[in-house]
Design a protein around this ligand. Structure first.
Ligand code: SAM
Length: 329
């Protein structure tokens, strides 16, 4: 299993377990419902027959296919490596055909689709060779006069920069060592409350002192970042407030449940960091984006010049636009 598969598998599993059916994968970088993206996809689907066969590569929960559905298109297929993503997709978009598969080897026949799309998706296939292999797969799957439209992560673009900030944030929270110190305090508090020996009292006192610096650091980090509406700020707040609340009401809990909660918070942060790192890995340089266009071209498609997509008021581009058309390829 590649890192990308692992990180996204964790993400979708978590969302599915929480029954967040309409959750989309760009939560965390805050653009899932952006008007520019909506207009972009609506523009590409408008004018196509409603009976057109549409394929979305690395579709997640269907943030692109939902636009096709809104325009009345009925033959929608989404492919994603994560079975939980596909199960969320099928709950979100009734009648969609969901396929659990890596994007570079899709178990479908040649010449099937009128349009193949991907939004921050097929570039997760792996290294540039895997991505070009995926480009050939898309070319194989579209009809002779089919079309490919994709938006891909751009190295140094708006999302890439934000993702770097989020990775740094997780690192800063980890550097507080809050979770380790909190676990030690809870263990010491339960021990002293069960058996108030001198040694247990002294361990408890020591654990209290050891947590004071991490608490200070985490509180200061939350204060410094209070105006940011990012997922990691929410996680940090939840960790801070939840720990204090549990400490005050600790007699209502088992120690194992409290430790389990803290470990769960740690796992959630690791999963978030993994997802951000996989977004970073997926970001394409201009040379890589052109290599993908070359792969479309070599597969007999006519490619459009590489272009960039900007969100409203942003000076940094958010995506590469890669487009190719089959004229009887
Ligand atoms: C950033 S999300 C984008 C999802 C969706 N296209 C959207 O715009 O909301 C990336 C998606 O790629 C999927 N993915 C990662 N590696 C993959 C692979 N090798 N093959 C297929 N899907 C993959 C993940 O499960 C995830 O749903």
């Amino acid at each position: 299993m590649t890192n990308n598969e692992h990180d996204w598998g964790n993400y979708w599993q978590g969302r599915n377990a929480n029954n967040q059916t309409s959750e989309e994968a760009l939560v965390g970088v805050g653009i899932e419902n952006d008007a520019v993206l909506t207009n972009f996809w609506q523009g590409h689907f408008t004018g196509l027959e409603t009976s057109c066969e549409v394929l979305d590569m690395a579709c997640g929960a269907g943030s692109v296919l939902k636009h096709a559905k809104k325009l009345g298109m009925v033959n929608l297929t989404g492919v994603d490596i994560s079975k939980d993503a596909i199960s969320t997709l099928e709950k979100n978009i009734l009648g969609v055909r969901g396929i659990v598969s890596p994007v570079n080897q899709i178990p479908l026949k040649d010449n099937t689709f009128d349009i193949a799309v991907s939004q921050f998706g097929f570039e997760y296939a792996g290294d540039i060779n895997n991505i070009c292999e995926t480009a050939r797969e898309m070319a194989r799957l579209i009809k002779k006069d089919g079309r490919i439209v994709t938006l891909c992560h751009i190295k140094g673009g708006g999302i890439d920069e934000e993702v770097s900030e989020h990775i740094l944030s997780v690192q800063q929270i980890e550097d507080t060592h809050f979770i380790v110190a909190a676990k030690q305090l809870f263990q010491a508090a339960f021990a002293v409350e069960q058996d108030a020996t001198e040694i247990n009292k002294s361990t408890y006192q020591h654990a209290t002192q050891k947590l004071s610096r991490p608490v200070e650091m985490l509180s200061a980090w939350i204060k410094d970042n209070q105006n940011k509406a990012s997922e990691i700020v929410g996680l940090a707040r939840h960790l801070h407030a939840g720990t204090i609340d549990m400490f005050n009401r600790r007699r209502a809990f088992d120690l194992t449940d409290i430790i389990g909660w803290l470990e769960g918070m740690s796992a959630e942060m690791q999963a978030y960091k993994g997802r951000m790192l996989s977004m970073k890995r997926a970001a394409l340089s201009e040379a890589e984006a052109n290599k993908i266009l070359d792969a479309f071209n070599a597969a007999g498609l006519t490619v459009e010049k590489l272009d960039k997509l900007f969100l409203q008021d942003d000076d940094k581009p958010v995506a590469w636009i890669l487009q190719a058309q089959g004229y009887g390829k």
